[in-house]
Write a protein that binds this ligand. Structure first.
Ligand code: GLN
Length: 578
Protein backbone atom coordinates (compact mmCIF):
# COMPACT_ATOMS: atom_id res chain seq x y z
CA UNK A 1 0.00 0.00 0.00
CA UNK A 2 1.16 3.53 -0.67
CA UNK A 3 0.47 6.42 1.63
CA UNK A 4 0.73 10.09 0.93
CA UNK A 5 2.84 12.36 3.04
CA UNK A 6 1.74 15.77 4.19
CA UNK A 7 4.83 17.44 5.65
CA UNK A 8 4.36 19.19 8.96
CA UNK A 9 6.98 20.18 11.46
CA UNK A 10 7.54 17.51 14.12
CA UNK A 11 5.16 15.09 12.53
CA UNK A 12 5.53 11.64 14.05
CA UNK A 13 6.08 8.55 11.95
CA UNK A 14 2.92 6.94 13.32
CA UNK A 15 0.85 9.91 12.30
CA UNK A 16 2.33 9.72 8.86
CA UNK A 17 1.50 6.09 8.56
CA UNK A 18 -2.10 6.76 9.49
CA UNK A 19 -2.57 9.43 6.88
CA UNK A 20 -3.87 8.07 3.63
CA UNK A 21 -4.97 11.26 2.03
CA UNK A 22 -6.98 11.30 -1.10
CA UNK A 23 -4.67 12.90 -3.60
CA UNK A 24 -7.29 15.03 -5.34
CA UNK A 25 -7.87 17.00 -2.17
CA UNK A 26 -4.26 18.00 -1.65
CA UNK A 27 -1.27 19.29 -3.52
CA UNK A 28 1.09 17.04 -1.57
CA UNK A 29 1.54 14.00 -3.71
CA UNK A 30 4.29 11.86 -2.41
CA UNK A 31 3.72 8.16 -2.75
CA UNK A 32 5.67 6.42 0.00
CA UNK A 33 6.73 2.78 0.21
CA UNK A 34 4.62 1.16 2.93
CA UNK A 35 6.28 1.36 6.33
CA UNK A 36 8.84 3.96 5.26
CA UNK A 37 10.43 5.73 8.21
CA UNK A 38 11.69 9.23 7.64
CA UNK A 39 15.24 9.80 8.85
CA UNK A 40 16.11 6.13 9.28
CA UNK A 41 18.23 6.30 6.15
CA UNK A 42 19.97 9.54 5.20
CA UNK A 43 20.75 10.76 1.68
CA UNK A 44 23.98 12.19 0.31
CA UNK A 45 23.45 13.72 -3.12
CA UNK A 46 26.25 14.52 -5.57
CA UNK A 47 25.43 17.02 -8.32
CA UNK A 48 27.86 18.09 -11.03
CA UNK A 49 28.20 21.72 -12.01
CA UNK A 50 29.94 23.61 -14.84
CA UNK A 51 30.66 20.64 -17.08
CA UNK A 52 30.70 16.89 -17.41
CA UNK A 53 33.82 14.76 -17.52
CA UNK A 54 35.03 15.77 -14.05
CA UNK A 55 35.00 12.20 -12.78
CA UNK A 56 31.73 12.50 -10.88
CA UNK A 57 31.41 8.71 -10.68
CA UNK A 58 34.91 8.30 -9.28
CA UNK A 59 34.37 11.13 -6.82
CA UNK A 60 30.98 9.78 -5.69
CA UNK A 61 32.23 6.23 -5.27
CA UNK A 62 35.28 7.45 -3.33
CA UNK A 63 32.96 9.42 -1.09
CA UNK A 64 30.87 6.28 -0.65
CA UNK A 65 34.00 4.32 0.19
CA UNK A 66 34.97 6.85 2.82
CA UNK A 67 31.52 6.69 4.42
CA UNK A 68 31.69 2.90 4.27
CA UNK A 69 35.10 3.01 5.95
CA UNK A 70 33.45 4.94 8.77
CA UNK A 71 31.40 1.78 9.34
CA UNK A 72 28.25 2.99 7.59
CA UNK A 73 26.23 0.93 5.13
CA UNK A 74 26.26 3.02 1.98
CA UNK A 75 24.22 2.08 -1.12
CA UNK A 76 24.65 4.11 -4.32
CA UNK A 77 22.16 5.00 -7.01
CA UNK A 78 22.89 6.57 -10.38
CA UNK A 79 20.09 8.58 -11.97
CA UNK A 80 20.46 8.90 -15.74
CA UNK A 81 18.69 11.59 -17.71
CA UNK A 82 18.26 9.71 -20.97
CA UNK A 83 15.03 8.11 -22.14
CA UNK A 84 16.46 4.65 -22.84
CA UNK A 85 15.17 2.02 -20.44
CA UNK A 86 18.70 0.82 -19.73
CA UNK A 87 22.18 1.07 -21.26
CA UNK A 88 21.90 -2.18 -23.23
CA UNK A 89 21.30 -0.60 -26.60
CA UNK A 90 23.78 2.26 -26.19
CA UNK A 91 26.82 2.48 -28.42
CA UNK A 92 30.03 2.07 -26.38
CA UNK A 93 31.58 4.69 -28.63
CA UNK A 94 29.28 7.33 -27.22
CA UNK A 95 28.71 6.10 -23.68
CA UNK A 96 31.56 3.83 -22.69
CA UNK A 97 31.11 0.18 -21.84
CA UNK A 98 27.79 -1.38 -20.95
CA UNK A 99 28.24 -2.74 -17.44
CA UNK A 100 26.20 -5.80 -16.40
CA UNK A 101 25.01 -6.38 -12.84
CA UNK A 102 24.51 -9.81 -11.34
CA UNK A 103 20.71 -9.47 -11.72
CA UNK A 104 21.17 -8.88 -15.47
CA UNK A 105 20.72 -5.10 -15.50
CA UNK A 106 22.63 -3.46 -18.34
CA UNK A 107 23.76 -0.15 -16.95
CA UNK A 108 26.19 2.73 -17.02
CA UNK A 109 29.87 2.02 -16.44
CA UNK A 110 29.75 4.13 -13.27
CA UNK A 111 27.95 1.24 -11.58
CA UNK A 112 31.11 -0.77 -12.23
CA UNK A 113 33.10 1.92 -10.43
CA UNK A 114 30.71 1.68 -7.47
CA UNK A 115 30.84 -2.12 -7.33
CA UNK A 116 34.62 -2.12 -7.45
CA UNK A 117 35.07 0.67 -4.94
CA UNK A 118 32.37 -0.34 -2.48
CA UNK A 119 33.13 -4.04 -3.01
CA UNK A 120 29.47 -4.95 -3.17
CA UNK A 121 27.08 -6.36 -5.75
CA UNK A 122 24.43 -3.85 -6.75
CA UNK A 123 20.92 -4.48 -8.04
CA UNK A 124 18.70 -2.83 -10.62
CA UNK A 125 17.37 -0.55 -7.85
CA UNK A 126 20.67 1.33 -8.00
CA UNK A 127 20.14 2.51 -11.56
CA UNK A 128 17.29 4.59 -12.90
CA UNK A 129 16.81 6.34 -16.20
CA UNK A 130 14.21 8.91 -17.16
CA UNK A 131 12.92 6.27 -19.58
CA UNK A 132 12.15 3.90 -16.71
CA UNK A 133 10.42 6.61 -14.69
CA UNK A 134 8.30 7.79 -17.61
CA UNK A 135 7.34 4.30 -18.69
CA UNK A 136 6.14 3.59 -15.15
CA UNK A 137 4.08 6.79 -15.26
CA UNK A 138 2.52 5.85 -18.62
CA UNK A 139 1.69 2.38 -17.37
CA UNK A 140 -0.06 3.81 -14.30
CA UNK A 141 -1.89 6.38 -16.39
CA UNK A 142 -3.29 3.66 -18.68
CA UNK A 143 -4.42 1.69 -15.65
CA UNK A 144 -6.30 4.76 -14.43
CA UNK A 145 -4.27 5.02 -11.28
CA UNK A 146 -4.23 8.83 -11.32
CA UNK A 147 -7.98 8.98 -10.70
CA UNK A 148 -8.79 11.51 -13.39
CA UNK A 149 -5.98 13.92 -12.61
CA UNK A 150 -3.81 15.48 -15.27
CA UNK A 151 -0.45 13.74 -15.04
CA UNK A 152 2.40 16.20 -14.57
CA UNK A 153 6.15 16.36 -14.12
CA UNK A 154 5.41 17.86 -10.69
CA UNK A 155 4.06 16.08 -8.70
CA UNK A 156 3.83 12.76 -10.52
CA UNK A 157 7.23 12.31 -12.13
CA UNK A 158 8.96 13.82 -9.11
CA UNK A 159 6.80 11.63 -6.86
CA UNK A 160 7.89 8.51 -8.73
CA UNK A 161 11.55 9.47 -8.37
CA UNK A 162 11.22 10.11 -4.64
CA UNK A 163 9.38 6.81 -4.26
CA UNK A 164 12.27 5.05 -5.97
CA UNK A 165 14.85 6.65 -3.67
CA UNK A 166 12.87 5.83 -0.54
CA UNK A 167 12.18 2.33 -1.74
CA UNK A 168 15.91 1.75 -2.18
CA UNK A 169 16.51 3.20 1.29
CA UNK A 170 13.97 0.87 2.82
CA UNK A 171 14.80 -2.25 0.86
CA UNK A 172 18.55 -1.97 1.37
CA UNK A 173 18.42 -0.93 5.01
CA UNK A 174 21.32 1.40 4.25
CA UNK A 175 22.53 4.08 6.63
CA UNK A 176 23.20 6.31 3.66
CA UNK A 177 21.90 6.32 0.09
CA UNK A 178 24.45 7.97 -2.13
CA UNK A 179 22.64 9.62 -5.03
CA UNK A 180 24.59 10.54 -8.14
CA UNK A 181 22.67 12.74 -10.55
CA UNK A 182 23.77 12.14 -14.15
CA UNK A 183 24.76 15.14 -16.27
CA UNK A 184 25.27 18.68 -15.01
CA UNK A 185 23.01 21.17 -13.26
CA UNK A 186 21.19 23.18 -15.91
CA UNK A 187 20.59 20.21 -18.22
CA UNK A 188 16.93 19.85 -19.18
CA UNK A 189 17.38 16.08 -18.99
CA UNK A 190 18.03 15.97 -15.27
CA UNK A 191 15.83 18.87 -14.15
CA UNK A 192 13.11 16.50 -12.84
CA UNK A 193 15.73 14.74 -10.71
CA UNK A 194 16.98 18.03 -9.29
CA UNK A 195 13.43 19.10 -8.46
CA UNK A 196 12.69 15.73 -6.82
CA UNK A 197 15.78 16.07 -4.67
CA UNK A 198 14.80 19.58 -3.63
CA UNK A 199 11.46 18.17 -2.53
CA UNK A 200 13.07 15.18 -0.86
CA UNK A 201 15.21 17.55 1.20
CA UNK A 202 12.13 19.53 2.21
CA UNK A 203 10.11 16.47 3.11
CA UNK A 204 12.77 14.44 4.85
CA UNK A 205 13.60 17.42 7.02
CA UNK A 206 16.71 18.81 8.58
CA UNK A 207 19.83 16.64 8.89
CA UNK A 208 18.50 13.96 6.58
CA UNK A 209 19.76 15.08 3.17
CA UNK A 210 23.22 16.43 2.37
CA UNK A 211 24.06 18.01 -0.99
CA UNK A 212 27.57 17.96 -2.40
CA UNK A 213 28.28 20.12 -5.44
CA UNK A 214 31.15 18.93 -7.57
CA UNK A 215 32.53 21.86 -9.49
CA UNK A 216 35.34 22.82 -11.81
CA UNK A 217 38.13 25.27 -11.13
CA UNK A 218 39.44 26.56 -14.42
CA UNK A 219 43.09 27.44 -14.89
CA UNK A 220 43.54 28.90 -18.36
CA UNK A 221 47.09 28.59 -19.67
CA UNK A 222 47.17 32.23 -20.70
CA UNK A 223 46.50 33.35 -17.12
CA UNK A 224 48.31 30.65 -15.20
CA UNK A 225 46.06 31.14 -12.19
CA UNK A 226 42.92 29.43 -10.94
CA UNK A 227 39.59 31.13 -11.63
CA UNK A 228 36.47 30.55 -9.58
CA UNK A 229 33.90 32.24 -11.82
CA UNK A 230 32.65 29.16 -13.72
CA UNK A 231 32.26 27.40 -10.37
CA UNK A 232 30.32 30.32 -8.90
CA UNK A 233 27.98 30.43 -11.88
CA UNK A 234 27.53 26.68 -11.86
CA UNK A 235 26.61 26.57 -8.20
CA UNK A 236 24.32 29.55 -8.63
CA UNK A 237 22.20 27.38 -10.93
CA UNK A 238 21.85 24.92 -8.09
CA UNK A 239 20.79 27.70 -5.70
CA UNK A 240 18.28 28.91 -8.29
CA UNK A 241 16.80 25.42 -8.31
CA UNK A 242 16.22 25.76 -4.56
CA UNK A 243 19.13 23.64 -3.46
CA UNK A 244 21.72 24.97 -1.04
CA UNK A 245 24.78 22.75 -1.24
CA UNK A 246 26.29 21.73 2.08
CA UNK A 247 29.71 20.97 0.63
CA UNK A 248 31.58 22.00 -2.48
CA UNK A 249 34.20 19.74 -4.04
CA UNK A 250 36.58 21.68 -6.29
CA UNK A 251 37.98 19.65 -9.19
CA UNK A 252 41.24 21.24 -10.19
CA UNK A 253 44.50 20.18 -11.71
CA UNK A 254 46.63 21.53 -8.82
CA UNK A 255 45.32 21.88 -5.24
CA UNK A 256 42.61 24.55 -5.19
CA UNK A 257 44.04 27.75 -3.71
CA UNK A 258 42.77 29.23 -0.48
CA UNK A 259 41.77 32.39 -2.35
CA UNK A 260 39.57 30.49 -4.77
CA UNK A 261 38.00 28.47 -1.95
CA UNK A 262 37.25 31.71 -0.10
CA UNK A 263 35.55 33.18 -3.15
CA UNK A 264 33.45 30.09 -3.61
CA UNK A 265 32.59 30.08 0.07
CA UNK A 266 31.35 33.68 -0.01
CA UNK A 267 29.30 33.27 -3.16
CA UNK A 268 27.69 29.98 -2.20
CA UNK A 269 27.07 30.32 1.58
CA UNK A 270 29.21 27.27 2.25
CA UNK A 271 31.72 27.62 5.11
CA UNK A 272 35.39 27.35 4.19
CA UNK A 273 35.93 23.98 5.87
CA UNK A 274 33.24 22.56 3.62
CA UNK A 275 34.77 23.85 0.39
CA UNK A 276 37.56 21.42 -0.36
CA UNK A 277 40.09 20.68 -3.07
CA UNK A 278 39.67 17.62 -5.25
CA UNK A 279 42.80 18.04 -7.33
CA UNK A 280 44.30 15.47 -9.69
CA UNK A 281 46.06 12.59 -7.98
CA UNK A 282 48.26 9.85 -9.34
CA UNK A 283 46.04 7.01 -8.22
CA UNK A 284 42.28 7.15 -7.83
CA UNK A 285 42.59 4.61 -5.01
CA UNK A 286 43.94 7.37 -2.76
CA UNK A 287 40.93 9.68 -3.20
CA UNK A 288 39.03 8.35 -0.13
CA UNK A 289 42.18 9.05 1.88
CA UNK A 290 42.45 12.55 0.40
CA UNK A 291 38.83 13.25 1.35
CA UNK A 292 39.46 11.87 4.82
CA UNK A 293 42.47 14.15 5.30
CA UNK A 294 40.31 17.24 4.76
CA UNK A 295 37.61 15.76 7.04
CA UNK A 296 34.87 15.48 4.43
CA UNK A 297 33.50 12.45 6.27
CA UNK A 298 33.38 14.30 9.60
CA UNK A 299 31.57 17.21 7.98
CA UNK A 300 28.99 14.97 6.34
CA UNK A 301 28.38 13.06 9.56
CA UNK A 302 27.97 16.37 11.40
CA UNK A 303 25.49 17.64 8.78
CA UNK A 304 23.50 14.41 8.91
CA UNK A 305 23.85 14.06 12.68
CA UNK A 306 25.14 10.52 12.59
CA UNK A 307 28.00 8.89 14.37
CA UNK A 308 30.82 6.96 12.76
CA UNK A 309 31.00 3.29 13.68
CA UNK A 310 34.71 2.90 13.05
CA UNK A 311 37.79 4.84 11.99
CA UNK A 312 38.41 5.11 8.27
CA UNK A 313 42.16 4.85 8.78
CA UNK A 314 41.82 1.27 9.94
CA UNK A 315 40.10 0.00 6.78
CA UNK A 316 41.64 -2.56 4.44
CA UNK A 317 41.21 -0.08 1.58
CA UNK A 318 43.34 2.45 3.41
CA UNK A 319 46.06 -0.18 3.87
CA UNK A 320 45.80 -1.20 0.20
CA UNK A 321 45.99 2.39 -1.10
CA UNK A 322 48.93 3.21 1.16
CA UNK A 323 51.14 0.48 -0.23
CA UNK A 324 50.62 1.30 -3.90
CA UNK A 325 53.86 2.47 -5.37
CA UNK A 326 55.74 2.59 -8.61
CA UNK A 327 56.45 -0.86 -10.02
CA UNK A 328 59.85 -1.56 -11.47
CA UNK A 329 58.73 -4.47 -13.65
CA UNK A 330 56.36 -4.07 -16.58
CA UNK A 331 54.36 -6.41 -18.82
CA UNK A 332 52.52 -5.51 -21.99
CA UNK A 333 49.09 -6.93 -22.69
CA UNK A 334 47.62 -6.44 -26.14
CA UNK A 335 43.89 -5.79 -26.47
CA UNK A 336 42.54 -6.60 -29.91
CA UNK A 337 39.10 -5.01 -30.07
CA UNK A 338 36.88 -2.90 -32.24
CA UNK A 339 36.76 0.30 -30.17
CA UNK A 340 40.44 0.55 -29.33
CA UNK A 341 40.48 4.32 -29.84
CA UNK A 342 37.91 4.83 -27.10
CA UNK A 343 39.25 3.44 -23.86
CA UNK A 344 35.99 3.77 -21.92
CA UNK A 345 34.57 0.96 -24.06
CA UNK A 346 36.82 -1.45 -22.17
CA UNK A 347 36.78 0.25 -18.76
CA UNK A 348 36.29 -2.93 -16.72
CA UNK A 349 38.99 -4.86 -18.60
CA UNK A 350 41.45 -2.04 -18.01
CA UNK A 351 40.55 -2.08 -14.32
CA UNK A 352 40.79 -5.87 -14.07
CA UNK A 353 44.28 -5.73 -15.60
CA UNK A 354 45.24 -3.00 -13.18
CA UNK A 355 44.04 -5.13 -10.23
CA UNK A 356 45.94 -8.14 -11.59
CA UNK A 357 49.06 -6.00 -12.00
CA UNK A 358 48.88 -4.76 -8.42
CA UNK A 359 48.40 -8.29 -7.11
CA UNK A 360 51.42 -9.51 -9.13
CA UNK A 361 53.50 -6.48 -8.18
CA UNK A 362 53.96 -5.44 -11.80
CA UNK A 363 52.86 -2.51 -13.97
CA UNK A 364 50.57 -3.58 -16.82
CA UNK A 365 50.86 -1.58 -19.97
CA UNK A 366 48.14 -1.94 -22.57
CA UNK A 367 48.91 -2.13 -26.26
CA UNK A 368 45.79 -1.35 -28.30
CA UNK A 369 45.80 -3.52 -31.36
CA UNK A 370 44.01 -2.31 -34.44
CA UNK A 371 42.99 -5.61 -36.02
CA UNK A 372 41.54 -3.89 -39.08
CA UNK A 373 45.13 -3.27 -40.21
CA UNK A 374 45.46 -7.03 -40.70
CA UNK A 375 42.26 -7.15 -42.70
CA UNK A 376 43.38 -4.29 -44.87
CA UNK A 377 46.61 -6.22 -45.48
CA UNK A 378 48.60 -3.37 -44.04
CA UNK A 379 50.16 -5.44 -41.30
CA UNK A 380 50.76 -9.06 -40.34
CA UNK A 381 49.91 -10.41 -36.86
CA UNK A 382 53.65 -10.57 -36.16
CA UNK A 383 54.00 -6.80 -36.72
CA UNK A 384 51.27 -6.12 -34.20
CA UNK A 385 51.94 -8.80 -31.63
CA UNK A 386 55.72 -9.23 -31.53
CA UNK A 387 56.11 -6.84 -28.58
CA UNK A 388 53.31 -8.10 -26.35
CA UNK A 389 53.55 -10.53 -23.44
CA UNK A 390 49.89 -11.50 -23.42
CA UNK A 391 46.76 -11.00 -25.53
CA UNK A 392 43.09 -10.32 -24.82
CA UNK A 393 40.35 -10.47 -27.41
CA UNK A 394 37.48 -8.73 -25.61
CA UNK A 395 33.71 -9.00 -26.03
CA UNK A 396 32.11 -7.52 -29.10
CA UNK A 397 29.41 -7.72 -31.72
CA UNK A 398 29.31 -7.86 -35.49
CA UNK A 399 31.60 -8.44 -38.39
CA UNK A 400 34.12 -5.61 -38.33
CA UNK A 401 37.56 -6.77 -37.29
CA UNK A 402 36.59 -10.45 -36.91
CA UNK A 403 39.10 -11.86 -39.41
CA UNK A 404 41.87 -9.75 -37.87
CA UNK A 405 40.98 -11.07 -34.42
CA UNK A 406 41.00 -14.66 -35.65
CA UNK A 407 44.47 -14.10 -37.14
CA UNK A 408 45.67 -12.71 -33.79
CA UNK A 409 44.25 -15.69 -31.90
CA UNK A 410 46.10 -18.03 -34.25
CA UNK A 411 49.35 -16.17 -33.68
CA UNK A 412 48.87 -16.35 -29.89
CA UNK A 413 48.04 -20.07 -30.00
CA UNK A 414 50.94 -21.02 -32.25
CA UNK A 415 53.50 -18.81 -30.53
CA UNK A 416 52.39 -19.71 -27.02
CA UNK A 417 51.50 -16.14 -26.14
CA UNK A 418 49.24 -16.11 -23.05
CA UNK A 419 45.71 -15.59 -24.34
CA UNK A 420 42.44 -14.64 -22.67
CA UNK A 421 39.41 -14.60 -24.98
CA UNK A 422 36.37 -12.92 -23.47
CA UNK A 423 32.90 -13.75 -24.81
CA UNK A 424 33.43 -12.89 -28.49
CA UNK A 425 37.10 -13.72 -27.82
CA UNK A 426 35.98 -17.23 -26.70
CA UNK A 427 33.99 -17.61 -29.90
CA UNK A 428 36.89 -16.37 -32.07
CA UNK A 429 39.13 -18.97 -30.42
CA UNK A 430 36.63 -21.69 -31.37
CA UNK A 431 36.51 -20.49 -34.97
CA UNK A 432 40.29 -20.28 -35.24
CA UNK A 433 40.72 -23.78 -33.82
CA UNK A 434 38.03 -25.17 -36.11
CA UNK A 435 39.62 -23.67 -39.20
CA UNK A 436 43.28 -24.35 -38.47
CA UNK A 437 43.30 -27.46 -36.29
CA UNK A 438 40.09 -29.30 -37.23
CA UNK A 439 40.61 -28.29 -40.86
CA UNK A 440 37.08 -26.95 -41.20
CA UNK A 441 37.72 -24.25 -43.72
CA UNK A 442 35.21 -21.38 -43.58
CA UNK A 443 34.08 -22.31 -40.08
CA UNK A 444 32.37 -19.29 -38.58
CA UNK A 445 29.76 -17.92 -36.22
CA UNK A 446 26.28 -17.52 -37.62
CA UNK A 447 26.29 -14.01 -36.16
CA UNK A 448 28.69 -13.04 -38.96
CA UNK A 449 28.10 -15.65 -41.68
CA UNK A 450 24.73 -17.32 -41.39
CA UNK A 451 25.45 -19.53 -44.41
CA UNK A 452 28.73 -20.94 -43.13
CA UNK A 453 29.15 -24.69 -43.86
CA UNK A 454 30.56 -25.12 -40.33
CA UNK A 455 28.57 -23.07 -37.80
CA UNK A 456 30.84 -23.79 -34.83
CA UNK A 457 29.27 -20.86 -33.02
CA UNK A 458 25.52 -20.52 -33.31
CA UNK A 459 22.59 -18.81 -31.66
CA UNK A 460 21.48 -20.09 -28.27
CA UNK A 461 18.17 -22.00 -28.51
CA UNK A 462 16.73 -19.64 -25.89
CA UNK A 463 17.54 -16.66 -28.11
CA UNK A 464 16.00 -17.93 -31.36
CA UNK A 465 12.56 -16.45 -31.06
CA UNK A 466 13.39 -13.20 -29.34
CA UNK A 467 12.51 -10.06 -31.24
CA UNK A 468 13.82 -6.57 -30.43
CA UNK A 469 17.17 -5.65 -29.01
CA UNK A 470 16.82 -4.34 -25.47
CA UNK A 471 17.51 -6.78 -22.65
CA UNK A 472 17.17 -9.74 -25.00
CA UNK A 473 20.50 -11.43 -24.39
CA UNK A 474 21.49 -14.14 -21.96
CA UNK A 475 22.33 -11.72 -19.23
CA UNK A 476 23.68 -11.45 -15.73
CA UNK A 477 25.27 -13.66 -13.12
CA UNK A 478 24.98 -17.42 -13.50
CA UNK A 479 26.46 -20.39 -11.74
CA UNK A 480 28.76 -22.63 -13.73
CA UNK A 481 30.58 -25.86 -13.09
CA UNK A 482 34.34 -26.25 -13.33
CA UNK A 483 35.96 -29.46 -14.49
CA UNK A 484 38.24 -31.00 -11.86
CA UNK A 485 41.99 -31.21 -12.68
CA UNK A 486 41.73 -28.51 -15.34
CA UNK A 487 43.70 -25.24 -15.52
CA UNK A 488 40.52 -23.37 -14.72
CA UNK A 489 40.08 -25.56 -11.63
CA UNK A 490 43.55 -24.55 -10.41
CA UNK A 491 43.06 -20.91 -11.28
CA UNK A 492 39.78 -20.79 -9.38
CA UNK A 493 41.56 -22.37 -6.37
CA UNK A 494 39.91 -25.75 -6.65
CA UNK A 495 36.35 -24.47 -6.74
CA UNK A 496 33.89 -26.74 -8.52
CA UNK A 497 31.20 -24.13 -8.83
CA UNK A 498 31.69 -20.45 -9.59
CA UNK A 499 29.49 -17.53 -10.58
CA UNK A 500 30.27 -15.13 -13.40
CA UNK A 501 28.38 -12.58 -15.49
CA UNK A 502 27.17 -13.04 -19.07
CA UNK A 503 25.99 -10.90 -21.97
CA UNK A 504 25.63 -12.85 -25.20
CA UNK A 505 23.32 -14.43 -27.77
CA UNK A 506 25.61 -17.03 -29.36
CA UNK A 507 27.34 -20.11 -27.99
CA UNK A 508 29.61 -22.99 -28.94
CA UNK A 509 27.51 -25.22 -31.22
CA UNK A 510 26.95 -28.43 -29.17
CA UNK A 511 27.30 -30.53 -32.35
CA UNK A 512 30.98 -29.65 -32.58
CA UNK A 513 31.97 -30.20 -28.93
CA UNK A 514 33.26 -33.77 -29.52
CA UNK A 515 35.29 -32.70 -32.55
CA UNK A 516 36.99 -29.94 -30.57
CA UNK A 517 37.72 -32.34 -27.70
CA UNK A 518 39.18 -34.97 -30.01
CA UNK A 519 41.83 -32.47 -31.09
CA UNK A 520 42.79 -31.57 -27.54
CA UNK A 521 40.59 -28.64 -26.59
CA UNK A 522 39.19 -28.94 -23.07
CA UNK A 523 35.88 -27.44 -22.05
CA UNK A 524 36.60 -26.81 -18.42
CA UNK A 525 33.55 -24.73 -17.55
CA UNK A 526 29.95 -25.45 -18.45
CA UNK A 527 26.42 -24.44 -17.53
CA UNK A 528 24.33 -26.49 -15.09
CA UNK A 529 22.47 -29.29 -16.95
CA UNK A 530 19.05 -27.62 -16.70
CA UNK A 531 20.32 -24.65 -18.78
CA UNK A 532 21.39 -26.89 -21.66
CA UNK A 533 24.72 -27.90 -23.10
CA UNK A 534 26.39 -24.50 -22.96
CA UNK A 535 30.20 -24.44 -22.92
CA UNK A 536 31.55 -21.57 -20.82
CA UNK A 537 35.33 -22.02 -20.56
CA UNK A 538 37.75 -23.49 -23.08
CA UNK A 539 41.44 -24.18 -22.58
CA UNK A 540 44.38 -25.75 -24.39
CA UNK A 541 46.51 -28.00 -22.17
CA UNK A 542 49.66 -27.76 -24.31
CA UNK A 543 49.78 -23.99 -24.02
CA UNK A 544 51.00 -21.98 -21.00
CA UNK A 545 47.74 -20.01 -20.84
CA UNK A 546 45.13 -20.22 -23.56
CA UNK A 547 41.71 -19.67 -22.05
CA UNK A 548 38.42 -18.49 -23.49
CA UNK A 549 35.38 -17.63 -21.41
CA UNK A 550 31.84 -17.19 -22.65
CA UNK A 551 31.30 -14.90 -19.64
CA UNK A 552 32.87 -11.54 -18.82
CA UNK A 553 35.35 -12.06 -15.97
CA UNK A 554 36.20 -8.34 -15.97
CA UNK A 555 32.86 -7.43 -14.36
CA UNK A 556 33.68 -9.16 -11.09
CA UNK A 557 37.27 -8.03 -10.59
CA UNK A 558 37.86 -5.75 -7.62
CA UNK A 559 40.99 -4.09 -6.29
CA UNK A 560 40.95 -6.10 -3.08
CA UNK A 561 39.81 -9.32 -4.77
CA UNK A 562 41.27 -9.36 -8.29
CA UNK A 563 39.69 -11.75 -10.79
CA UNK A 564 41.79 -14.97 -10.90
CA UNK A 565 41.85 -15.35 -14.70
CA UNK A 566 43.34 -11.87 -15.09
CA UNK A 567 45.79 -12.53 -12.27
CA UNK A 568 46.99 -15.69 -14.03
CA UNK A 569 47.11 -14.06 -17.44
CA UNK A 570 49.42 -11.38 -16.05
CA UNK A 571 51.47 -13.91 -14.06
CA UNK A 572 52.02 -16.08 -17.17
CA UNK A 573 52.85 -12.98 -19.21
CA UNK A 574 55.50 -12.11 -16.61
CA UNK A 575 56.98 -15.61 -16.85
CA UNK A 576 57.11 -15.38 -20.61
CA UNK A 577 58.89 -12.07 -20.42
CA UNK A 578 61.35 -13.64 -17.98
N1 GLN B 1 28.38 -11.16 -30.21
C1 GLN B 1 28.58 -12.30 -29.39
C2 GLN B 1 27.27 -12.88 -28.87
O1 GLN B 1 26.26 -12.25 -28.89
C3 GLN B 1 29.50 -11.98 -28.24
C4 GLN B 1 28.92 -11.02 -27.26
C5 GLN B 1 29.94 -10.41 -26.36
O2 GLN B 1 31.13 -10.50 -26.62
N2 GLN B 1 29.49 -9.80 -25.29
O3 GLN B 1 27.24 -13.99 -28.41
Amino acid sequence: MEIFLLPKINMQQDDLAKIALKQEEHEFYTPMPAGYQKGRTKFVVVVGTVMSGLGKGIFSSSLGKLLQDNGLKCVPIKMEGYLNLDSGTLNPYRHGEVFVLDDGTECDMDLGTYERTLESDLTRDSFITSGQIFSKIFEKERKGEYLGRDVQIIPHVTGEIKWHLRNLAQKSGADIILVEVGGTIGDIENSHYIESLRQLNYEEGESNVCFVALTYIAQPNTLGEQKSKPAQLGIRLLLEAGIQPHLVACRSEKPTSEKVREKISIYTNVPMERVFSMHDVESIYTIPQLLNEVHVDDEILRILKIKKKKNAESSSWHAFASKLGKKSQKVTIGIAGKYTDLRDSYASIIKALEHAGISNGVAVEIDWIDVTEIERNKKKPFDLLAKIDGLIVPGGFGKRGAEGKIACVRFARENKIPYLGICLGFQMALIEFARNVLGLEDAHTTEIDHKTPHPVVCILPSQKNIKGLGGSMRLGGRDLHILGKSQAFNIYSGKKKIRERFRHRYECNPEYIKKFEEKGMIFSGFAPKEEGEIMQILELPDHPFFIGTQFHPEFTSRPLSPQPLFVHLVATAMKRKG
